[in-house]
Design a protein around this ligand. Structure first.
Ligand SMILES: CC(=O)SCCNC(=O)CCNC(=O)[C@H](O)C(C)(C)COP(=O)(O)OP(=O)(O)OC[C@H]1O[C@@H](n2cnc3c(N)ncnc32)[C@H](O)[C@@H]1OP(=O)(O)O
Ligand SMILES: O=C([O-])CC(=O)C(=O)O
Length: 373
């Protein structure tokens, strides 16, 4: 064994037909993220990622119907969510547990045939939106709202979150955010999902593991951290002194930098524009202005670009969403990508098992407990 690459940087660990990042351009099955963000619905993207082709009208109607019809979750999940001490539970921890729990109510959980796995994919994608929104309502002392079969995925998400039908601006924003976050090659949580199911473990295990990986602040958890930072800064004039202090203390600025992108994250410009428009509509321009100042400063002084998590923070905040729900919303979207990768992994599976370079002590002699200092 020779080379070790810390963090597996630059290591190509899998082949995939789902999404690519080439020369800082992101595509899903060869369609640019710009094209999809401007034109595609979330359901179209889900179909695309799972079937490697865009749906025709009949296929789109079918997947929309299947998702809407499978959104309800077993009562036991609601009861479990209601049993938590909400002052202590992060929604990503609740989501991780609830998705794992869903497996207990799926009769096909260990049926490993391709068709059964696709049916489970629909059920998980449908139900994850319900779990996130139910958690949010329950902790506010409200009853969960049942999904409506005639609403789209994004409409249902907002309907279940707020208990009323969303306006077109809100739906458009969530739809675009879901499209932008759906897949991203072999990011940490997707790799986690693939490693998990490559043991031939079930789909629910793969998604549960992926949620755990997304939760961390170096990955999906960064969008929540960005909003906390903006709130801590408070006013535009505090932004640069705050950032300068962090940089002087060698702290990282959340939402900045990326393992793969060098010139910029192609999703960030869409979220930046959304942030500009939404903060204007809602009279909260300071979050956008502050974000632009920070982005410019970090680009100039550290050469780092904003990533997908940076402007999504002010987008979700201007929609009135609690900041600890930002990463769960990322998970709702990314579930579509995780599922695509899980299905792809099963199609041509081999156990994923790299090696470690041992750098610990060698040839030690066992010392009996009584002789140890
Ligand atoms: C959806 C997503 O997962 S997108 C990423 C979300 N994560 C974040 O936004 C967290 C902040 N960003 C980071 O921590 C990193 O940029 C990562 C984890 C995204 C990528 O990291 P890596 O490629 O592993 O870079 P690494 O962490 O090794 O940093 C390399 C150098 O850049 C610096 N750096 C990287 N990101 C940042 C940042 N956000 N702020 C300040 N400095 C940074 C590091 O301090 C380090 O500097 P040094 O060489 O002087 O020690
Ligand atoms: O690809 C990565 O490393 C992180 C990322 O941007 C994502 O998962 O969307």
């Amino acid at each position: 064994m020779t080379t070790t690459t810390k963090g597996l940087e630059g290591v190509v660990a899998s082949r995939s037909q789902i999404s690519s990042i080439i020369d800082d351009q992101l595509t899903y099955v060869g369609y640019t993220i710009d094209d999809l963000a401007e034109n595609a619905s979330f359901e179209e993207v889900v179909f695309l990622l799972w079937n490697k082709k865009l749906p025709n009208q009949k296929e789109l109607d079918a997947i929309k119907k299947e998702l809407a019809e499978n959104m309800e979750v077993p009562n036991e999940i609601y009861e479990h969510l209601k049993s938590y001490d909400m002052s202590k539970v992060h929604p990503m921890a609740a989501l991780r547990t609830a998705v794992s729990m869903l497996a207990l109510y799926d009769d096909e959980v260990d049926v490993m045939e391709a068709d059964a796995n696709k049916r489970k994919a629909i059920r998980i994608q449908a139900k994850i939106a319900t779990i996130v929104t139910a958690f949010s309502r329950i902790r506010k002392g409200k009853e969960p709202v049942k999904p409506k079969k005639d609403l789209s995925y994004s409409e249902n998400f907002l309907y279940m979150l707020n208990g009323k039908q969303a306006n077109s601006i809100e739906v458009e924003a969530i739809e675009k955010a879901l499209v932008l976050h759906a897949d991203h090659e072999l990011n940490a949580s997707t790799f986690t999902a693939r490693v998990c199911v490559a043991t031939l473990s079930d789909v629910y295990s793969g998604i549960t593991a992926a949620i755990g990986a997304l939760k961390g602040p170096l990955h999906g958890g960064a969008n929540e951290a960005v909003m906390k930072m903006l709130l801590e800064i408070g006013e535009e004039e505090n932004a640069i002194p705050y950032i300068e202090k962090k940089i002087a203390n060698k702290e990282k600025i959340m939402g900045m930098g990326h393992r793969v992108y060098r010139t910029g994250d192609p999703r960030a410009k869409h979220l930046k524009e959304m942030s500009k428009q939404l903060t204007k509509i809602t009279g909260q321009e300071k979050w956008y202005n502050m974000s632009v100042e920070i982005e410019d400063y970090i680009k100039k002084n550290k050469g780092l670009p904003a990533n997908v998590d940076f402007y999504s923070a002010s987008v979700y905040h201007s929609l009135g969403i609690d900041y600890d729900l930002f990463t769960p919303i990322f998970a709702v979207s990314r579930t579509s990508g995780w599922l695509a990768h899980i299905l792809e992994q099963y199609e041509d599976n081999r156990l994923i098992r790299p090696r470690a370079e041992y750098i610990g002590p060698q040839k030690q002699k066992y010392i009996p407990l009584s002789q140890r200092s």
